[in-house]
Design a protein around this ligand. Structure first.
Ligand SMILES: *Cc1c(COP(=O)(O)O)cnc(C)c1O
Length: 235
């Protein structure tokens, strides 16, 4: 099994258990370096494109939080793994008309980026935990709301009884130092928590930038390849 590029410490022939142990160590080191502790950080294993057998192995290693970015795949995996106590996190771009279907299996939706999505979920019971996703790039094709719309989007989420707003989410832009990008996200999070004081969580940090995200206050890491190894090609 090949290791993710740039990650040498877990070793090229590391087992799944080795990689999980390595990530846990790295997360706790980064947390301590930032004056934080790892119990305030939720590690979400992103298992997209991987078979359900991998999720079962990770569950056996103690992981409970799993993330997927495509509704179809996520729904199938959640159904097949219904016998396990898992929390599913939906992290992909979401069509408005699919929002209520996602909520049927997902404990947390990380990609609420427009009022149309808030409207779809406004009255669901019980309420669903959500993050507001922001686009830290200048490319409008990337998922996420514009940072300048943070207050308005937070206000619309605050008014919806079907949503429990946890905080903000983003993916670091490619080809840019992630630390200042995550610092911007932290600032956006302050705008959001000025509207909903309990919404202080930050979903940020992937295999290659989780240390920078932790340094900027991330509470929910979305880690794929550093745990799972490289993703199989998609057919
Ligand atoms: C795939 C994905 C991740 C995990 O990425 P890795 O680089 O494999 O850690 C995190 N967040 C989102 C939104 C993703 O789509």
């Amino acid at each position: 099994m090949t290791d993710a590029p740039g990650l040498s410490s877990a070793g090229a022939d590391a087992t799944l258990a080795d990689r999980v142990a390595w990530i846990s160590d790295q997360v706790s080191d980064a947390a301590h370096a930032a004056g934080r502790t790892s119990d305030e950080i939720t590690l979400i294993a992103i298992t997209k494109f991987h078979p359900v057998s991998l999720v079962r192995e990770l569950h056996a290693l103690g992981l409970r939080d799993f993330g997927e970015n495509r509704h179809q795949d996520a729904r199938e995996k959640a159904a097949e793994l219904d016998d396990l106590d898992l929390r599913w996190h939906f992290v992909g771009q979401l069509q408005s008309k699919k929002a209520r279907q996602v909520r049927e299996y997902a404990s947390v939706i990380h990609s609420i980026d427009r009022v149309a999505l808030v409207d779809q979920l406004a009255e669901v019971t019980p309420p669903v935990d959500v993050f507001l996703q922001f686009n830290l790039t200048d490319d409008p094709a990337r998922g996420g709301a514009r940072p300048e719309d943070a207050r308005a989007l937070a206000e619309s989420a605050a008014a919806a009884s079907g949503l429990r707003l946890l905080g903000v989410m983003a993916v670091a832009p490619l080809g840019e130092d992630p630390r200042p990008a995550f610092a911007r996200l932290r600032g956006i999070g302050e705008v959001v928590s000025s509207v909903v004081p309990s919404a202080t969580a930050i979903s940020a940090g992937m295999s290659h930038d989780f240390r920078e995200a932790i340094a900027e206050g991330a509470t929910h890491l979305r880690i794929g390849t550093a745990i799972t190894g490289n993703r199989p090609p998609r057919d």
